[in-house]
Write a protein that binds this ligand. Structure first.
Ligand code: SAH
Length: 413
């Protein structure tokens, strides 16, 4: 093909798009069409289970038969996703007759439109056409995606609604995102969390946040180390809330970066309420929580078929007999499933003794995972009866997760 394609962003919301074929190609193409809000008509005698599920859920219309020309009535675009070249050619002939653009998976040279390789970065969509070579398009797309994800994106490209928003402007309304940073490995932040981090004017980070994530921030980003705030824990929390609110009201985009998931023993709820009370818009981006990831990093699944049908995550920061404790340790002792204890090292002897006193067997397998998913991860395997003493002997330190239950060892060969 000698002439260049002309790129377009099709706004398909509510518009009929016909997909012919119900196999692997259609399975890959349909989600982006649905994401664009297209009114998808799928013409195919049979569907893959994934497409079938979308049809059953009413997300698209399915006509379970072969293509007929009337299927293109009212269509703006057609995607041919069948292997049979004769069938594909007949669809594209009808499309051409009706001046409907036609994408063909089987024969790009016969197509009147090409689908680009795509990467999405918030509101920005980058589409790459490789001059008829899909592999080249994907290679270029991957390079651009890496650039947008790893290099810090400049204002505007990163997708802030208004690139003039600054920490000192004061006129533009700011906002706060509570972002889960994951358990320790900097690669375990979510894609969305990472994108927001690259867009932040101010980052307020916890002690448990992976340091490498902070390494990559733009030099002009204000970094507030929340663990360095003096005063006791409750006063420090008030200080943090105030910093979030003040910076946002001054127009900044503030990312509150928290270890694991913001809502798992992370006081994310208090920060959300403080922002809401001040009229500051807040979004929450969940994170990979250490309560699941730390056991996983030690080869322990929190559930396993035939072994555990439940897992309970509990904070051990208060001793079982502490008046302020909200945990029914006696009830937990009666469960068969997995018990995951966070912040429990200090009180481990009292916790394990209480569980045993209320009936959990001292032979129950137990493990401690310290600094999970980091280069300094340590794993201790023991039993409920011995784990507190073993952890002391091994000099295990926080942050550490304690796992109790038969899942410890479930994957051991
Ligand atoms: N919001 C966090 C938990 C905060 S409470 C989350 O969802 O993971 C802090 C406790 O989490 C620590 O005392 C420890 O029990 C656990 N923790 C956090 N990161 C950890 C890690 N990398 N390895 C082991 N335990 C971790």
């Amino acid at each position: 093909m000698s002439s260049n394609p002309y790129p377009l962003g099709l706004r398909l919301h509510g518009r009929r798009v016909v997909v012919v074929g119900g196999g692997a190609v259609a399975t890959r193409r349909v989600p982006a069409l649905l994401d664009a809000g297209a009114d998808v008509l799928l013409v195919a005698p049979e569907l893959t289970p994934a497409l079938r599920a979308r049809a059953d859920a009413g997300r698209l219309h399915w006509v379970p038969r072969r293509f007929v020309p009337e299927d293109l009535d009212g269509a703006w675009l057609v995607q041919v996703a069948v292997d049979d070249p004769m069938a594909a050619a007949s669809v594209s002939a009808v499309a051409a007759e009706r001046r409907i653009f036609c994408v063909r998976a089987d024969d790009r040279t016969a197509a009147t439109a090409w689908t680009p390789a795509v990467t999405r970065h918030g509101p920005v969509t980058v589409a790459v056409l490789g001059g008829g070579d899909p592999r080249r398009a994907m290679t270029v797309r991957d390079a651009i995606r890496d650039l947008l994800a790893v290099r810090v994106a400049p204002d505007g490209i990163a997708g802030r609604p208004d690139a003039s928003t600054g920490t000192t402007g004061g006129r533009q309304a700011g906002r706060v995102a509570l972002v889960g940073a994951g358990p320790g490995d900097p690669e375990l932040i979510t894609v969305k969390g990472w994108r927001l981090l690259t867009e932040a004017d101010v980052v307020v980070a916890d002690r448990l946040v992976p340091g490498l994530l902070l390494d990559e921030l733009r030099p002009d980003v204000e970094l507030v180390d929340a663990s360095k705030i003096p005063y006791g824990p409750s006063r420090a929390q008030e200080e943090i809330n105030q910093i979030l609110v003040d910076r946002a009201l001054a127009g900044a985009f503030v990312v509150r970066l928290k270890g694991g998931d913001p809502y798992v023993f992370g006081r994310g709820g208090e920060e959300l309420l403080a922002c809401a009370a001040a009229g500051v818009p807040v979004t929450v981006v969940p994170g990979v929580t250490s309560s699941i990831a730390a056991p996983a990093a030690a080869g322990i699944p929190v559930t396993h078929r035939g072994v555990a049908h439940e897992f309970t995550v509990v904070s051990g920061h208060l001793a079982p007999d502490a008046p302020a404790s909200l945990v029914r340790w006696d009830a937990l002792a009666g469960l068969h499933g997995t018990l995951v204890i966070l912040m429990g090292l200090k009180n481990l002897a009292a916790i394990t003794a209480t569980l045993i006193a209320h009936g959990r067997s001292p032979q129950t397998p137990a493990a401690v995972v310290q600094e999970a998913t980091t280069g300094t991860q340590r794993v201790l395997r023991s039993t409920l009866g011995e784990v507190a003493a073993d952890a002391l002997t091994a000099d295990l330190r926080p942050p550490a997760v304690v796992v109790v239950g038969d899942v410890v060892g479930a994957l051991d060969g």
